[in-house]
Design a protein around this ligand. Sequence first.
Ligand code: VGL
Length: 204
Amino acid sequence: MEKSNYIFVGVDPQNDFIDGSLAVAEAEQIIKPINSIADEIRKHDGTVVFTRDWHPEKTPHFDKWPVHCVANTRGANFHEDLNIQPDDIIINKGTGQTDGYSGWEGRSDKGETLESIIEPKTPHEKVKVFLGGLATDFCVKSTARDIAEHFKDDRRVTTYLLIDAIRAVGLTPTAEEEALSAMKEAGILAISTEEAKKMIQETI
Ligand code: VGL
């Protein structure tokens, strides 16, 4: 079997979504599984990507939400227990006057995008994309669906959602469930971080 290329996308594990102005319930619980899958992927020569909300001080986005993740503030920093390595790629989003829910819209300082990172580099390369982060019903959903939509006719790319590495804002009682269904409908496969790690370990 040809070796797969593994990519982890950690969506917005930033202070404001964990203990700051837009704190998501139980959000700190995603850090452990995220560190563990990211480690496994680095060990197998994969790519670890983190997206972050990187908003200006003034944006129409803050008419809808409390001020959060303003670039270069403590709230925008990644959680202190998140293990980030020098080769990991950081994608900034929401840097202008847009909501920036989706990591698909963002880019790294070097100009990399999720599209350029995930795009298979050879006709037979298989790419497995694993997603975790915050929040299930906003940025995780938008990012996951944009990836799945873009690669829906490309059988080389499979997208997995790590169900124990996400948490929802939950503006309504059904918001989380609806987001999970929307991602399932987009062809995204929900698995646990342990299952994902096993899948990676079992490939030669
Ligand atoms: C998010 C609400 C507002 C998210 C971002 O990261 O899911 N949620 N901005």
